[in-house]
Design a protein around this ligand. Sequence first.
Ligand SMILES: *Cc1c(COP(=O)(O)O)cnc(C)c1O
Length: 397
Amino acid sequence: MTKMIYLDNAATTKVDESVKQVMLPFFDEVYGNASSLYVFGQRAKEKLEDARAMVAKCLNAQPREIYFTSGGSESDNWAIMSAAQWGTRQNKKHIISTTFEHHAVLHTLRKLEKQGFEVTYLPVNANGIVKVDDLKKTIRDDTCLVTVMFANNEIGTIQPIAEIGKLCREKKILFHTDAVQAAGHVAIDVMAMNIDLLSMSSHKFHGPKGVGALYVRQGVVLTNLIEGGAQERGKRAGTENLPGIYGMAVALKNAVAEMKTVAARETKLRDKLFAALSKIPHSAINGDAATRLPNNFNMCFEGIEGESLLLLLDDAGICASSGSACTSGSLDPSHVLLAIGRPHEVAHGSLRLSLSKYTTEEEIDFVIKKVPEIVDYLRKMSPVWDELEKGVRKHAL
Ligand SMILES: *Cc1c(COP(=O)(O)O)cnc(C)c1O
């Protein structure tokens, strides 16, 4: 493959070399079963608990509050289904969420709606941020759970998590946050932020795929997810994925240690992209320009199809995304861009670039040269753009 510029780190990231190295011994040296009683198994058990302590420390949690899972989707499902069972027992069957959650949250909520739960989906403002006042007005006596993502995976906007946590704690409502995009990228303190349940996923911060964690505040009742052995305090049976778990813990520890420097670098490069690509006429930044993940860029360009833009970027060696978790074949525009008020035809012309610590200025400069050329080329071929230019249609941007 020729030189490739990878700008889809919100979808997944490369495993750090140092993380890969710490994982290797678990395949052929420390491969004992952590549930076995002999010393060889107990060595694995120690490493498992080391990993739990490392993850806990990164969140300001206690080790016993960390449960290992197969990733962000599982953590989201587990947290929400658990909170719903707790709600059922209290005869509280109202849940509050937002319109722009990840599908792992939205589809779990849809399942609960079929089971008789009522879900209120809070709107987000044009900047992609939930208003705490809206939440306040929506809380009812029978609300059992509030689930609001820490940072959005398409537009990167960061939500007022500490304020939401404080409100939920006052009202004795469980608060879950999908922090899959935030963990390892921005500071998280589950104590200070009054978070009860938090989901994270290793492969979003340079750890291996197929492993994640769920933070469950002590005292919050967690239902059993998988019946079987006594792993994960008897709540999620199955021999632990120790290479993955240990790799995730080290990846998170590294990410937290280098967070400030990485964020500063990413922000500088990301803002260079915004400054340059905002010069394209009839374009707009999606989501608040400042209250967002340091590595997230998302813009709409009127009169083009995002998919065509992605294909041409791919030809130029640039891996990018339209932002939507494109269920391939689906022509639906992103539910996130619709949530922030972009009209359908504009939402189709979106571009998400998500940077990492490995992104170089040279790569960004190349993107800054390529994107305007491609947008221009696509607009020249677009009948919609032609109508916009002739005034048959009105510009939305
Ligand atoms: C990636 C992602 C998930 C899913 O995580 P997996 O580990 O791939 O299951 C959930 N929520 C958000 C916000 C994500 O970005």
